[in-house]
Structures are given as structure tokens and as C-alpha cells.
Ligand binder design. Sequence first.
Ligand code: LAG
Ligand code: CA
Length: 507
Amino acid sequence: QHNPHLKSGRTAIVHLFEWRWADIAAECERYLGPNGFGGVQISPPNEHILVSSPWRPWWQRYQPIGYNLCSRSGNEAELGDMITRCNNVGVNIYVDAVINHMCGSGGGEGTHSSCGSWFSASKEDFPSVPYSYMDFNDNKCKTGSGEIENYSDPYQVRDCRLVGLLDLALEKEYVRGKVADFMNKLIDMGVAGFRVDASKHMWPGDVDSIYRRLNNLNTKWFPSGARAFIFQEVIDLGGEAISAQEYVHLGRVTEFKYGAKLGTVFRKWNGEKLSFTKNWGEGWGFMADGNALVFVDNHDNQRGHGAGGASIVTFWDARLHKMAVAYMLAHPYGQARVMSSYRWDRNIVNGQVFVCVDDYRIRMIGLALPVMVMDPPSLFQSTLTRPVETDGCVSIDGVRSSGNMVIFRNVVNGQPHANWWDNQSNQVAFGRGNRGFIVFNNDDWALDVTLNTGLPGGTYCDVISGEKQGSGCTGKQVQVGSDGRANFYISNTEEDPFIAIHADSKL
Ligand code: LAG
Ligand code: CA
């Protein structure tokens, strides 16, 4: 089902990667709700394996042990409280559903799981569900190793093990029922839908059968008869046996070409120019607008996992990242998702450990300092706080620009892409009807041009360099004449070489 059921006027989703439920609940009330965010993609809430080497990596959560709802983000009560509190302030929750597989075949035997349930990976025994060896695809998979060996063979990709993960027999009624029970429990708690992990590795007919078993959404927060929003993780950059098209009738699909191409454009690789994005969207060979879930980067490709390639822009390139995120949020194509995770270098402020993030900053409490080499090892011990006062993170401005661009997207919702301008290089501008206008300078020289914005005359506050506060503006001001025209000057040396104005930033 393709409709995210966003509450009125809201348009964007944020992935709060690895955040704790209690922190997400507070964030919904304090920031996301008041600032027009439509929904949160949460990390997998189900019981997962605990990996010791490396110590508690983020990816242990993609190795289910069962469907009990305790994870390192919190327990079932905290999850329910979060769903309720976010729904109550108009922010939907989308669950990352890992249903293709259980833990890795080498996951051992014991109670090293997030709720403490006993399991045996070697015997394929997961009593908390329960699943036994009969519920896995070992006999269906035809490769010698039992692994996916060749991505040009769709049978292998669906029936064999992905990186050693025990592959569930989703053709079985029993397994389908257990998966649907898990998802229905979450629906009844009030979630609005699911990011379906590893969808490429499941037959469309199998997931269809599961989706058909899902309950309607909880009528406490959603219209009666509303079906869960489904967005399926299918990495399709072209050239493989399995294409995103096989899944679009079932729900939305992650459009991985979007971030890969946008990164190439902003990096100016392969002769790409921003001016070539005049027909961005379907014109670039992406899937139909109504099927696409779009993002600049995701939790995998920002840390070298999964696909996407080197062109993906992440917070490591803060300047380009902010521009790319703003471009996505200003552009009408697709259901947009922004990413909020952490970067894994640390800084210490007044004896407290911080990790810098793209859109947010995470304060780590009680962590042993020397162990933070890559990803924070145990987020059980952390609390997350939105940056309010301190600095020290390169992309702290990204909080403002991305947050303000989420508002921009809401303000221009439903308006057509309009008033395109480019310099045949990397300076471009476009508007959204008569509600918003954005100008980018990704060239190595200044932009100085008068453009038709499509907006009513007046003085507007740029929401990238600052924002409207009361009747004032903390950033640049743009004078739009009664003919809709305005002069823009953007130096190529600015930290944020782009300007965005919209109906609600009018002074
Ligand atoms: C996904 N989308 O379709 C997730 O976005 C991605 O993060 C998941 O992989 C993947 N599918 C499976 O759910 C992640 C890591 C992998 C990790 C896996 C399971 O990117 O690196 O594999 O989660 O934890 C890890 C090890 C492998 C090992 C495997 C099994 O990295 O070397 O073979 O566990 O033990
Ligand atoms: Ca499979």
C-alpha cells in the first residue's frame, strides 16, 4: 500500500537510526511534532542476537531471534508509549521489519539475545517464535554453499542465505502466519506501516500473502479501513536479475538510483551537472513518482554497507549533504526520507562524550572512552539529545537547514515544479508554484542573477542561513518584486551556497 497516511500538511519521514524508544517519544513531542515531521522510521524493534565480535555492532539488529519486542532501543512498554506519544502529536511510526531471515548460521547457541530468549542457530531452533529447521529454506536453495552465490539467478537471491543469514521459508503458511502476527501486533499498537528489510530476497508472491493478512490500522489514529504503508528495501541500480518493478504493485520501493545519481551530480563526477536535473525524477529513469521512497543516503550506504557506491553523499561531506538533502526536500518527486544517525568520531565537551551526527547530535552517557573507534558500541548506555546549546559538530547547521527544508516541503506540498532556471552548469533554481523557491550555487564562481520566483511580492527570510523569528529574520533577506522577480547573490565560498524562501518565511 503506497500511502504513508501522513497527518495533514506533513510530508517527510526521518529515520532515527538506533535511537531509543524513550528518546524518540521525547523527540516527537519536543521537536518532530511541532516542526512538521510526518513520521519516523525506527530500528527493528524485535528480539535480536547480541554480537560480541565486534562488540554489539549496529547490524546485530538485522539478525532476529524472535518477535518479542525488546531490543536495545527499549522494551515493549517503552515501544508502546513511544507509538502513542508520537501518534498523539501527529508523527507516524514506521517499523523496520526484518522478516526474510533470522540470525546468521554461525550465531551459536544460548541466550545471547536482546530479551534473553534461548536459541540455536546451528539447529535452526528459535523456540520463542517458535521456528524450527522445517521453517527454513535449506532444501529449496540449490547452491552448493547454501549461500546466494550469483545475483543473476533470482531463485538463489530469494531462496538462499544472504550473508549467512538463516533464510525463512516464507512459502509456508505457518511462517507467513508468524510474520503476520508480529506485524499485526505492531499495527494494533498504532504503527502506520513498515520498511520491509531485504525485500529483494523474498518472492513478491510471498510478501503479498503476508501483506494481505495485515490488520487495518488502529482507528484511534487512522481512518477506518486504512491499510499499512509498505516501503520495500530493494536495491536496484540496474543490471541485476531482480528489479524494483517486481514489487511496486505491493507498496512503495526504495529508489536507490536517486541517491546514487544525486551524489554523482553534486560531486560533479562523470561530467554530470546540476543543470541536467531539470527533468529530475522519472525523466532520469527512476520508478514512477507514486512508487518511490527517496533518500540521499541510508544507514547502510553511509557506512560502506549495502549498495549505492562511492558517489553517495553523507554527512562526511557536510556541505554537499546539506545541499543534496535540500534539493530532495524541495523537489516534488517521491516520498522523502531524511536520515538521522551518528558519526563515529567523538569529541568531549565538559567531560561528556558526544558523537556528531548529520541532523542531530547524540550525547553518550556512561561510555568508556577508548572503545569508541567506529560505531558507538553499546547504545543501551546512551541517551540522545537534540543539540540546543553546544557546538563542536561540523554539520550542526544541517539541523537547521534540513529541519527548515522539511517545513518548506510541507508549505509547497501539492504545488508543481515551476520557474526552472540554470546557467548550463551547476547553478540552478526552481520553485513550487507560488509557494516556494530555491536557488543552488554548486559552481566555483559566484551566482548573481535576477530570477522569476513565482512568489507574491514582499520580503522573504532565507531558511538556510537563518529563519523567521517573530517578525524578524536571523538569516539573509530576499526582496521579491511585485512582478515576482528577485535578485540572488550566492558566493561560491559560502558554507551553505544555497537559498530557500517560502510562503511562511515571508516577513
Ligand atoms: C538490509 N536491507 O535489505 C539492511 O539494510 C542491512 O543493514 C542488513 O545487513 C541486511 N539487509 C540484512 O538484514 C546488515 C549488515 C551486514 C550484517 C547483517 C546481519 O550490513 O553486514 O551481516 O546486517 O547482521 C553480518 C556480518 C556478515 C555475516 C552476517 C551473518 O557483517 O559478515 O555473514 O552478519 O552472521
Ligand atoms: Ca529469502
